[in-house]
Design a protein around this ligand. Sequence first.
Ligand code: HEC
Length: 256
Amino acid sequence: MKKFFMTLMLALAPMTASAAGGAGVPLDSFEADLTNKASLQRGMQTFVNRCMGCHEAGFQRFERAAQDLGIPNELVEQYLIFDPETKIGSHMTNAMPKEVAAGWFGAPPPDLTLETRLRGSAWVYTYLRSFYTDESRPWGVNNAVFPDVGMPNVLEDLQGKVVNHCTPAELAHGGSAEIDPLTGETMGGCLTVSESGAQSPEEFDKTVYDLVNFMTYMGEPSRLESERLGTKVLIFLAILFVFAFALKKEYWKDVH
Ligand code: HEC
């Protein structure tokens, strides 16, 4: 019986893995590194400057992020909070009314605090790198993992103009060629940078990596704390072991 269940689980494992990919589009791999404070700090800066005009992170406070990421409160107040009404203890919200935004974009920009939990970090990472020029869309861009998206490509000045060489069907399956990070090709060679932006493809990937790393932190703010606590608990157990062992020796020394 046990064997049967194990075989069943093994058989199902690949199915659950591909289900996470959504509409069949293969996602670029993404591994968060929440111990890389510099990356998280750069990500927060990009998030505040580039995303918070439209999106909120309504479950995240500036102060908690500053603390976790090791940024002094004064620096956050000076460089990352633009509204004089907003305090360091405030949530990371903006003043854009939802109904108005829905009118502008067709859909309101959703809150992004838990976005990486909802879609997965790899999805968000791929999404932000998969905008391409499509003049039939209101903002002149479309997206390979989110077809007919209502969001403009807000990072286009950094990435450059991207053209799509594939048919919609090929794009939906991520094209065929191997991905070469040096040429800035994504989605299996379907998308290439035609006019370069302010950053090289590698720099752009790093900017998006840092941004999604920060978004992953927002989705699981206590993971950093758990990892720190975990180390302390292990050190405590190691010290306790020394005493427990000495005590055991003491108890047993007269027993032969
Ligand atoms: C000009 C306004 C605007 C800016 C700036 C903006 N977005 Fe968006 N974003 C939108 C809108 C509108 C949608 C909803 C699109 C839809 O549902 O078609 C959206 C959707 C998204 C989604 C998909 C949400 C989902 O799961 O359905 C993600 C992820 C996202 N944005 C991330 C970002 C990030 C990261 C930034 C900063 C680099 C950013 N956005 C900047 C307007 C914006």
